[in-house]
Design a protein around this ligand. Structure first.
Ligand SMILES: NC(=O)c1ccc[n+]([C@@H]2O[C@H](COP(=O)([O-])OP(=O)(O)OC[C@H]3O[C@@H](n4cnc5c(N)ncnc54)[C@H](O)[C@@H]3O)[C@@H](O)[C@H]2O)c1
Length: 438
């Protein structure tokens, strides 16, 4: 099929590259020229496992990028909207990029005669496709949804860091459809995927995405609350999560205690759902608590560090800047407020992350020292805080001896405390009690 994608970020580019790899002809559209150039040279503008290989294989054949939305839409039969849907200051969803995309698609549809389906892939509040996207498409195309063009809402569930794997091996595909004809067309695009394909209404598809993210965020805040209690009662949250996660009704996924959730989705989506519910006069007791706990949790490692030593003028190493492993994304990443807090306390902060250093420079400027590897970050440090669960941080026990004091606060519980002690490391971790009560 011929596909255009408006918005070539984490979701748009992965969707485009994967659909091209599956044999479709894809044009990815973005307003950022450098991004477009980079893709057309088969250089990934973001860090994602396997993306370089996919671009090398498909760019110049059935995948290209462009800044020309009109042309891309006119020369395709399906257009995905995959632009960002950030939070406004009050937590509500900002739809300006979705609206702009819908306008440019509408203008292109005006000049197009054959049937076209517009698919909203961006995460949008229930009712958005119906009450915002379709009216704009109709206004700017002079055509009628259902009659002249189709509309679907197809939420994306991929995880950054594993995005290509997740796109190619989804647990399920959800197609919200304006009418059967629209849904049939998108079903055909996905029918060879080996997973359940659920067809539903536009509004239900929009809500499924929010409910899924709200649940996962809740699971993380839940285990973090348990972790904080574990520290008080003298047990290790990792043991507790294992024992709880073995229950099939619960599963071990998303039961890793730590510094809280971040990234471009969970915080903003939970905030948007709370805001939408409040517009409808519903008080989201549970979701408010999920967010409140998450905010506090981001400071937990600083509290632990502060109890160990006076942080003022100390050399503190922060390992990990990305909001999770496998990505260079630092949007709403827990290390950001943690580092800001350390700086406020007068600490001298050195940082290292395998992928997210360039993005972090945009936030911290010259307030922190950027180190080229783990060794230089640890050298002569008074204390190290692990903030991201990168694989390369998991077996560095012998490197902590480069520090002035081998004191480690493990914000992701990726080190084995017993092994750490054997290496002479003074180990502290979220949900870990030094003198476990046996
Ligand atoms: N990142 C994720 O892991 C993830 C997962 C599932 C769903 N989502 C949702 O998908 C959507 C996109 O997220 P993302 O992380 O890919 O965002 P992103 O910020 O990485 O990418 C969005 C892109 O859209 C471009 N853009 C904005 N307006 C445009 C326009 N009018 N025309 C063309 N391009 C335009 C931007 O330049 C940017 O490159 C959001 O709604 C997000 O909530 C994200």
């Amino acid at each position: 099929m011929k596909i255009s994608i408006i918005g070539t970020g984490y979701v748009g580019l992965i969707t485009g590259a994967c659909l091209a790899d599956l044999g479709n002809s894809v044009v990815c559209v973005d307003v950022i020229e450098d991004k477009v150039k980079s893709i057309n040279s088969a250089v990934p503008p973001i860090h994602e496992e396997g993306l370089l290989e996919l671009l090398k294989k498909n760019v110049g054949k059935n995948l290209s990028a462009s800044t020309d939305a009109k042309n891309a839409v006119k020369n395709s039969n399906i257009t995905f909207i995959a632009v960002g849907t950030p939070s406004r200051d009050d937590g509500s969803i900002d739809l300006k990029y979705v609206e702009e995309s819908a306008k440019s698609i509408g203008k292109a549809l005006k000049e197009k005669n054959n049937y076209h389906v517009v698919v909203v892939k961006s995460t949008v509040i229930p009712g958005t496709t119906d009450s915002v996207v379709i009216p704009i498409l109709e206004e700017f195309s002079g055509k009628v949804a259902g009659k002249d063009f189709g509309v679907c809402m197809n939420p994306e569930f991929l995880r950054e860091g594993k995005a290509i794997h997740d796109f190619m091996n989804p647990d399920r595909i959800v197609i919200g459809e304006y009418d059967k004809k629209s849904g049939d067309k998108i079903y055909k695009l996905y029918k060879n995927f080996n997973c359940p394909i659920m067809r539903t209404s536009l509004r239900a598809a929009e809500m499924i995405k929010y409910a899924a993210n709200a649940f996962l965020a809740t699971k993380i805040s839940f285990i973090n609350e348990i972790a904080n209690i574990c520290e008080k009662v003298g047990v290790d949250v990792c043991d507790i999560a294992k024992g709880v996660g073995l229950d099939h009704r619960i599963s071990p996924m998303f039961l890793n205690a730590g510094v809280g959730f971040g990234g471009s989705c969970f915080p903003k989506d939970v905030r948007a759902l709370i805001s939408e519910a409040s517009e409808e006069n519903y008080n989201t007791i549970l979701l408010n608590a999920v967010l409140n706990l998450n905010e506090k949790q981001k400071m937990r490692v600083v509290e632990i560090a502060d109890n160990i030593m006076d942080l003022s003028d100390k050399n503190i190493t922060v390992l990990g800047l990305a909001f999770k492993e496998g990505t260079d994304d630092i949007r709403d990443a827990p290390p950001i407020p943690t580092i800001e807090n350390l700086l406020r306390r007068g600490a001298k902060v050195s940082v290292y992350d395998p992928e997210a250093m360039e993005n972090a420079k945009g936030i911290f400027g010259n307030k922190v020292k950027y180190c080229k590897n783990i060794e230089s970050a640890l050298k002569d440090a008074d204390l190290c805080i692990i903030m991201t669960e990168w694989d390369e941080f998991k077996e560095i026990y012998d490197k902590f001896k480069l520090m002035k004091n081998s004191i480690v606060v493990d914000g992701r519980r990726i080190l084995d405390p017993i092994k750490a002690e054997k290496y002479g490391i003074k180990y502290y971790g979220i949900g870990y009690h030094k003198n476990q009560i046996r």
